[in-house]
Design a protein. Structure first.
Length: 408
């Protein structure tokens, strides 16, 4: 009896230990994942040296300290399969192989991600995972992969939900916790079925480094992504996120004002934050946008509600996001290409306390303190209306504090 009791306790203890060390699949993304991905800036020009330098830069620039953790190699690291079907990395560009690279990234306290595709070929014509899902997942686990971005080119008419389910099952069986980033561009409404299969899902075609643009072949800008995110906002929650795409901040084609709004939108909509610029050479201004602690606290808020569109005044979208401690985030975003006047009376319109029930707000009677996320305005309160002119694509980004009342 005693023996059985002791062995049961021992078993429980070991289970707890294992549990404490490895989160289950469902526990992998309680807040939106943060990291860096090679695609937006480097395309197919990826190598071991580049990825290691990016890991070094993530630490040196303070991004790691701010919360960024995944270093993800996108397409083009893979070249073929060997005689038994194992995926073969490009040895010219990754001479020491993937395990050595994963070890290096882990030695910096960061996590390692790779890319593959549910189709037979990746979008750049490299071998995809169709037919090899379990073999690939086991290989990723052996290398020490922590994150898989899984694309949808050459899908040969498969059912998307089933295809992503197969890779999800393979990852769940591979013996290592691996985040699954579903990348089928929103074509099959993954916000309706992605929860439990993956941790994040793309909702649009690929982002381009522009604020307001649509390309014939499918590339879209920041505003176009925002409009889709507003439509599907309710699907986001702890462990399962709408992926608004990798960031373009720092890639040079938008103004600093636009990059700030880009960041603010991703934070308001509880989107994963995967930087897509060259971390080695980024300007202080771009770094400060990516690492702004107030913005990141809103993005990573534990309640995990996405913001929603509260109203549009002239061309100014007003987005509101309920936060876990009863604070509320506001973004006043000028969609227009020209300066736009904003006259917003908090007391006439606003809703700035919330109940924990999603989407239910009530009006606070007394004024509250405003924290200006970008730090321009000090000591703001909701006592006075906002009367200002917003620059083209400018966003005023605030946290309204539930418990901080201004002095009378
Ligand atoms: C697709 C994806 C992109 C990128 C490329 C790589 O277009 O949507 O994010 O991964 O493939 O080829």
């Amino acid at each position: 009896m005693r023996h059985t009791f002791t062995s049961s306790m021992l078993f429980l203890f070991v289970c707890c230990l294992v549990n404490a060390q490895s989160p289950t699949f469902d526990q992998l993304a309680p807040t939106p994942p943060m990291g860096w991905n090679s695609w937006n800036k480097f395309g197919c020009k990826v190598s071991e040296t580049l990825i290691k330098e990016m890991a070094d830069a993530m630490v040196a620039t303070g991004m790691k300290e701010a919360g960024y953790e995944y270093i993800v190699i996108d397409d083009c690291w893979q070249v073929s399969r060997d005689s038994v079907g194992n995926i073969v990395p490009d040895s010219a560009h990754f001479p020491n192989g993937m395990k050595a690279l994963a070890d290096y990234i882990h030695s910096k306290g960061l996590k390692f991600g790779v890319y593959s595709c549910a189709g037979s070929r990746t979008c750049q014509g490299r071998p995809g995972s169709r037919g090899y899902q379990f073999q690939d997942a086991r290989q990723y686990a052996e290398w020490g992969v922590d994150y898989l971005k899984y694309d949808w080119c050459s899908n040969e008419g498969q059912n998307a939900r089933a295809a992503y389910q197969t890779m999800s099952d393979a990852l769940k069986a591979c013996g290592r916790p691996i985040v699954l980033s579903i990348c089928e561009w929103g074509e099959n409404e993954p916000w309706k079925w992605g929860k439990g299969i993956g941790h994040l899902w793309r909702i649009t075609p690929d982002i381009r480094d522009c604020f307001d643009c649509t390309f014939n072949w499918g590339g879209v800008g920041v505003l176009q992504i925002l409009d889709k995110a507003v439509e599907v906002a309710d699907a986001a929650g702890p462990g399962h996120w709408n992926d608004l795409e990798m960031l373009e901040i720092g890639n040079g084609n938008q103004t600093e004002t636009e990059y700030r709004s880009h960041m603010a939108i991703w934070c308001m909509m509880a989107a994963p934050l995967m930087a897509g610029n060259d971390l080695r050479t980024m300007s202080t201004a771009d770094r400060d946008i990516l690492c702004n602690p107030e913005a990141l606290a809103i993005n990573q808020d534990s309640l995990g509600h996405s913001g929603f569109k509260y109203m549009t005044l002239n061309n100014v979208d007003i987005l509101v996001r309920a936060l876990s401690n009863g604070d509320v985030a506001f973004l006043f975003l000028n969609r227009a290409n020209e300066p736009t006047a904003l006259d917003y009376d908090w007391n006439a319109n606003t809703v700035y306390h919330h109940t924990l029930e999603k989407g239910r707000f009530y009006v606070a009677k007394e004024p509250r303190i405003l924290v200006d996320v970008w730090g321009k305005q000090k000591n703001g309160t909701t006592k006075k209306p906002i009367k200002t002119v917003l620059e083209p694509h400018e966003g005023l980004f605030f946290r309204v504090k539930k418990n901080d009342k201004p002095a009378l």
